[in-house]
Design a protein around this ligand. Structure first.
Ligand code: TYD
Ligand code: MG
Length: 459
């Protein structure tokens, strides 16, 4: 009987240890160590290239004699995806798409595959999760018809490698990395070592042959499935596909991108016949806004290079027992606590015995400082039960002394508000500096939170 050896490995940094530990000594994270069962089968020498080598020969070169060529890119028909990738799919790049099960990763990649195949590119879609027939069913629903798109149901990486040799595709989709195994690694598919070695091997294949590879990775904390966190260090680009299951909107975000900015986000809507791009996100985020309700404000937030108008809702109600609650969806709850402290100390609102619930409508996540002032006004508006004007848009960062600080890209934000019919923008006075803004919109510069409250809610 083969002897079985057990070791523990951190899902985040790959730290190995002979015994389980609650906290990983490698990266300091809690509960990331998972068991790896490995049979001590002698690995064949030179059987596969180790993780670090990409297989591309290179030598030390003076920086001045390196040519600046832009990476060859291939655009898909999804402009939102192209933008998130930094202008299209880069040849030879390795892209990881993470996301909860059922969010639409396979759908997105099948659509992209079909579009690339229609442009005479050869695409190999490797499905380790679904049979060919299941993939075909989805493809029918998405009306995919192209002979250049090959579907292949396989989980053994050696077989996959051979097929890539034979087919010689320009694009490869691996759905998902957790189902693929390398026959020379003895631990189970989905374990940290499998995921790491398979990714390294795919990277080698992609870089040597100039194939763009998309890898699907599931995000889950349980069991022996390695989260894609470890993969993030290895690949060129990491995209997250997120959204609430009960909403049809999906947001694609880059969290790492060697070929572009990580601030961009792409918005899609899951429809009966696949994913559709949302070209004007502000409209949909404001679609269901109830006019004239207290606690609701609209902020112009920058998502990458694009301004998006989003509604922020607050509900402040007296605490009925115990400690007051602070809950926030789509924004950091620490920031909410901080802004409530500022409102309490600098404006004199008695909020300490109040529960606070904050929500960004539409399932978006906002994390830039320019949304502070809108959050503060929402809280004050709900607390005093005074609605702000539905045609006001509020922009500004709030400091601890209650001052309103300058934000970036004010012109773009104001323009977006004007485009959607807002009549007034409350913004940091420091941002004005003689600037009048586009016609038809009034700009109100404020220095402090109290001034902003006076302008929006009255005395
Ligand atoms: P899927 O791409 O299988 O998710 P993942 O690969 O991330 O696990 O998509 C799953 C959901 O999308 C499923 O609940 C059905 C829905 N869907 C549509 O609404 N419309 C469509 O055209 C398709 C293909 C799927
Ligand atoms: Mg899937």
């Amino acid at each position: 009987m083969a002897k079985r050896k057990t070791k523990f490995m951190c899902q985040d940094c790959g730290y190995e240890s002979p015994k389980w530990m609650g906290k990983c000594p490698g990266c300091g994270q809690w509960n990331t160590m998972v068991e790896e069962i490995e049979k001590t089968a002698p690995a064949r020498k030179g059987a596969f290239v180790h993780s670090q080598s990409t297989g591309v020969a290179s030598k030390a070169t003076p920086i001045t004699s390196i040519e600046t060529v832009s990476e060859p890119r291939m655009e898909t028909d999804l402009k939102e995806l192209n933008r998130v990738l930094g202008g299209g799919v880069v040849r030879g790049s390795l892209v990881l798409i993470g996301g909860d099960p059922g969010i639409g990763k396979s759908t997105l990649l099948l659509q992209v595959s079909s579009q690339l195949a229609n442009k005479q590119q050869k695409v190999l879609y490797i499905s380790g999760e679904e049979s060919m027939r299941q993939t075909k069913l989805r493809a029918d629903r998405l009306s995919v018809t192209s002979e250049n798109l090959l579907i292949y149901s396989e989980t053994n990486l050696e077989e996959i490698n051979l097929t890539i040799e034979q087919v010689n595709p320009q694009f490869v989709i691996v759905d998902s990395i957790q189902t693929i195994f390398h026959p020379h690694v003895t631990s189970a598919p989905g374990s940290v070592s499998q995921v790491r070695e398979c990714t390294a091997e795919l990277m080698r294949i992609g870089k040597t042959k100039g194939i763009a590879i998309f890898i699907v990775g599931h995000v889950t904390k349980e069991g022996s499935i390695a989260g894609p966190r470890l993969l993030e260090h290895m690949v060129d680009t990491v995209l997250y596909f997120e959204g609430e299951r009960h909403h049809s909107y999906r947001i694609l975000r880059a969290v790492k991108n060697r070929f572009g900015s990580t601030n961009e986000m792409g918005i899609f809507e899951m429809k009966e016949l696949g994913l559709e791009e949302v070209e004007n996100p502000s409209e949909i985020f404001l679609e269901e806004r109830s006019q004239g309700a207290s606690g609701s404000t609209v902020v112009a937030s920058m998502e990458g290079t694009r301004p998006v108008l989003v509604e922020i809702q607050a509900l402040i109600s007296p605490t009925s027992f115990g400690n007051p609650r602070r809950m926030a969806t789509g924004i950091d709850h620490n920031r909410v606590s901080l802004l409530m402290a500022v409102l309490e100390k600098r404006v004199g609102l008695l909020l300490q015995n109040q529960d606070a619930y904050l929500k960004v409508a539409g399932g978006v996540k906002l994390d830039e400082p320019a949304i502070d002032l809108a959050i503060a006004v929402s809280i004050a508006s709900s607390f005093r039960d005074q609605p702000s004007k539905a045609t006001d848009c509020i922009i500004g960062e709030v400091g601890l002394t209650g001052e309103v600080r300058r934000v970036s890209r004010i012109e773009q934000r104001v323009q977006e508000a004007a485009k959607l019919g807002f009549e007034r923008v409350i913004l940091p006075a420091n941002n004005l500096g003689g600037w009048k803004g586009p016609r038809g919109i009034e700009l109100v510069g404020v220095h402090s939170v109290s001034e902003a409250l006076k302008a929006t809610l009255g005395g």
